[in-house]
Design a protein around this ligand. Structure first.
Ligand code: NAD
Length: 368
C-alpha cells in the first residue's frame, strides 16, 4: 500500500536543483522506512510556458487537485520577465493556490541552534525559536471589492477593500487551533480591532470558534502592530500566530528573517479536507528561483527539504518521521556542513547542493 500521492512541480532556476535533493530523501523513506509515495511530476512556471505556452496546463491542474500533496520548487526567471502578465510563471503558482482554495498559509520561523548567529537579533532571543504563523491567504484586502484607482475631482484615488466573511475567518481559525494542538497548544490572534471593523469581526469569530470547539487551546489576542514589536522583542512567547492576509504577509516575512537565510525557510498552504480527510495541500520553499546562482550547484536545498518535512507532518500524519528529518537537518548544521549562503565563519569550505542533500541522507541513516 502506498503512503500517499505526491505531485512534484520543480519549476525553474534552482527549483529542479533543490528538488533533486528531496527526491533522494523520498527514496530514502521508501528504502529505509517502508514509506512508498506515488510520485508524479509536472511542469509549472517558465518551463511549462516553454513546453506548452502556458505556465500551468489543465492536466497538471487536475492532477494537483487529485493528489494528497503538491511539492513545488520555484518559478520565474529573467527569460520570462517580459511575457504578457497572463502567462507569466507566477500565474501558474497563483492558479494552483486559487483553484485548490488554499486559504491557510503556514510559515514556520524556526531557529536551528547552529545558525543562531545568523539572526540580526541577539542569540538568546532566537536560539531554539519555533513559532508558526498562519496567514489567511485567499481573502482580505488583496481580493476585496471595490478596488482600483479612480478619479475624484482633480486627483486620483487608490482604493482597496478589506473584507472578511465569518466563514472565512472561522476556517483559518480552525486551521490554527488544530495546528496548536499538535504543537505548544497556544494561539495568538492578531488584528487591528481598535481601528478596523473587519478586525472586530475577526476577534469575535476567533473567540467564538475557540469557545465552541477548542477551549483546551490557550487563546490570546494582540493588535497586529503590537504583535510586530513583540516578535522582535521576545518571539519565543508565541507558539501559533493566526492573522489575516495583509498582516500575515508582513509578520511572516519579519518572523522568517529572525532566523537567518532565505535558503532555510519552508512553507505550506492548506485548504479544505478532501474525501480521505487530508487537506488540499501545497508545500514550497519561501525562496524564488534564484537565477543568480542557478545551475552552479550553490543552492541550499534545506528550505525544500523542510517543506517535505511539513508534508510528512500535515498531509501524511507522519509527525515522528517529520521530526526525524528535521533532526537530520539540525545534525548536519551542527556538524558544520554549510552551503555558500550559510557561510559566516572563516575557513569553512561550502558544500554543493548535492553534497548537502547527501549529508542529510547520511544523517537520516545515522538516525536508525
Ligand atoms: P530569490 O528568492 O530567488 O533570491 C533572492 C536571493 O536569495 C538571491 O541572491 C538568491 O541567490 C538567494 N537565494 C534564494 N534561495 C536560495 C537558496 N535556496 N540557496 C541559496 N541562496 C538562495 O528572489 P528574487 O531574486 O527576488 O527572484 C528571482 C525569481 O524568482 C523572480 O523571477 C521571482 O519572480 C521569482 N520568485 C518566485 C517565487 C516562488 O516561486 N514562490 C518566490 C519569490 C520569487
Amino acid at each position: 500500500m502506498t503512503t500517499g500521492s505526491l505531485l512534484i512541480l520543480a519549476g525553474d532556476g534552482i527549483g529542479p536543483e533543490v528538488m533533486a535533493e528531496v527526491r533522494k530523501i523520498i527514496d530514502w523513506y521508501g528504502a529505509k522506512r517502508d514509506l512508498s509515495f506515488d510520485v508524479s511530476e509536472g511542469l509549472v512556471g517558465g518551463c511549462s510556458y516553454d513546453a506548452h505556452g502556458t505556465p500551468l496546463t489543465d492536466e497538471t491542474m487536475a492532477r494537483a487537485q487529485e493528489v494528497d500533496a503538491v511539492l513545488l520548487g520555484a518559478v520565474g526567471g529573467p527569460a520570462y520577465d517580459n511575457l504578457d502578465f497572463s502567462v507569466k510563471p507566477e500565474r501558474g503558482l497563483l492558479r494552483l493556490r486559487k483553484e485548490m482554495d488554499l486559504y491557510s498559509n503556514l510559515r514556520p520561523a524556526q531557529c536551528f541552534d547552529a545558525l543562531a548567529d545568523f539572526s540580526s537579533l541577539k542569540k538568546d532571543v532566537v536560539a531554539g525559536l519555533d513559532i508558526m504563523i498562519v496567514r489567511e491567504l485567499t481573502s482580505g484586502i488583496y481580493f476585496g471589492e471595490p478596488r482600483g484607482i479612480i478619479k475624484e475631482g482633480n486627483e486620483r484615488v487608490g482604493i482597496n477593500t478589506q473584507r472578511y466573511t465569518e466563514s472565512e475567518i472561522a476556517r483559518v481559525a480552525r486551521s490554527a487551533f488544530e495546528l496548536a494542538r499538535r504543537r505548544g497548544n497556544k494561539v495568538c490572534s492578531m488584528e487591528k480591532a481598535n481601528v478596523m471593523e473587519s478586525g472586530i469581526l475577526w476577534r469575535d469569530v476567533v473567540t467564538e470558534v475557540h469557545a465552541a470547539e477548542y477551549a483546551d487551546v490557550e487563546l490570546s489576542h494582540m493588535y497586529a502592530d503590537a504583535g510586530a514589536m513583540q516578535l522582535c522583542r521576545w518571539p519565543k512567547q508565541f507558539d501559533v500566530i493566526v492573522t489575516d492576509n495583509l498582516f500575515g504577509d508582513l509578520l511572516s516575512d519579519a518572523a522568517a528573517m529572525l532566523t537567518g537565510s532565505l535558503g532555510m525557510l519552508p512553507s505550506a498552504s492548506l485548504g479544505a479536507p478532501m474525501e480521505n480527510g487530508r487537506p488540499k495541500a501545497l508545500y514550497e520553499p519561501v525562496h524564488g528561483s534564484a537565477p543568480d546562482i542557478a545551475g552552479q550547484g550553490k543552492a541550499n536545498p534545506i528550505a525544500c527539504v523542510l517543506s517535505f518535512a511539513m508534508a510528512l507532518r500535515y498531509s501524511f500524519d507522519l509527525g515522528a518521521e517529520a521530526d526525524r528529518l528535521e533532526a537530520a537537518v539540525e545534525k548536519v548544521l551542527a556538524d558544520g556542513v554549510r552551503t555558500a549562503d550559510l557561510l559566516g565563519q572563516e575557513g569553512v569550505t561550502p558544500v554543493s547542493t548535492s553534497q548537502m542533500g547527501d549529508a542529510i541522507v547520511a544523517a537520516l541513516d545515522a538516525s536508525l
